[in-house]
Design a protein around this ligand. Sequence first.
Ligand SMILES: CC(C)(COP(=O)(O)OP(=O)(O)OC[C@H]1O[C@@H](n2cnc3c(N)ncnc32)[C@H](O)[C@@H]1OP(=O)(O)O)[C@@H](O)C(=O)NCCC(=O)NCCS
Length: 343
Amino acid sequence: MPANPSPLSAPTAEDLHAWYRVQSAAFAHDRPGEPVPSHAAVQARLTAPGGRRQVLWLLRSPASDPVATASLRLPAGGAAGSTPGDAPTDRNGGVAGEIRMTVHPAHRRLGTGSRLLATVTEAAAAEGCGTLVGEVTSGTSGEGFLATRGFVPVLRRTWQRLALEDVPAPVAELPGVPHPGYRLTAWEGAAPGALAEGFTAALRSLPPLPPEAGLAPGATRWDASCVHETAELAARRGDRLLTVAALHDTGDLVGYATVLLPGDGARRARQYDTAVVPGHRGHGLALWMTAELLRRLTAAHPGLTELHTAVPDDNRHLLTVNAALGFRPLRRTVRYRHRLRTR
Ligand SMILES: CC(C)(COP(=O)(O)OP(=O)(O)OC[C@H]1O[C@@H](n2cnc3c(N)ncnc32)[C@H](O)[C@@H]1OP(=O)(O)O)[C@@H](O)C(=O)NCCC(=O)NCCS
């Protein structure tokens, strides 16, 4: 590997293929038993990073075999040269950069990851990042790697899978069960005009994200712009974002559940958020909304076979709701954070 590899400025089709070779080999190695993502899905992540800027590195051996990949995701404006308000800042006074580094399994423990991390860290600091965040699968090499390089764990999540054919019968019947005082509504993409304000208010009433988890670079809580960005990114990739929400008799939007349907025809969809505002918890709304989402998904998309989601380990309520829906654990991940500089 060159001492200081250069970022990939304009990936060619061959670069994308090489990138996929690293990703697919690492996926098969690090997540045995899980289906390896398609070339199209991996490519979509590279070519449509949504409202974010992305710096990429692709390392090859002297024989030109692909050895490692890295990406650094930054808010669109970055931090360097931005004025306050241009880009979200973390508690460290800079933007949070999100890293994803992958070394091909055949080339690990030879120092490539360490040198690549040094390169990405240098680039992040030059972009004005105060924090780097990265997520690894628990029990894999990435955990030992980041933990011994100044990263600290900030968020532990369990990824879960629901086989749609295994949805319990009571859940299938739940959408028709009245919940006095509440009714359900649904939309695709961004929240429609009449509901947009209520949706934003519902988001604001939710507890903040774990400090500096950086689920969106620099974000400390979900807000309308995060959701808008998610909807925009989904549309750009050809994916579809479906939401079911619960409305109180007062007309207030008091909860929602969202699923991302892949545009590449994959049979797996991703459940994003499930949230109920604090004053309306304990009425079974999360289960009700998700049961309705499942009903709509299976009716409109018979080719879909499974749903995946990630739940923070301290969210006992959602873990209980998901267990009732038939979700089963798939793997655990740890999100790490590293402070690059202090003020
Ligand atoms: C983590 C990863 C990038 C390391 O790449 P690498 O080229 O092997 O890294 P290096 O050779 O520079 O360093 C290896 C270090 O990782 C850690 N590590 C690697 N394998 C490990 C294992 N099985 N158990 C514990 N620690 C391990 C150790 O600290 C090791 O140092 P050592 O060999 O001196 O003991 C690579 O294993 C990988 O791609 N993993 C999957 C993706 C991932 O988790 N990325 C992490 C950041 S987003």
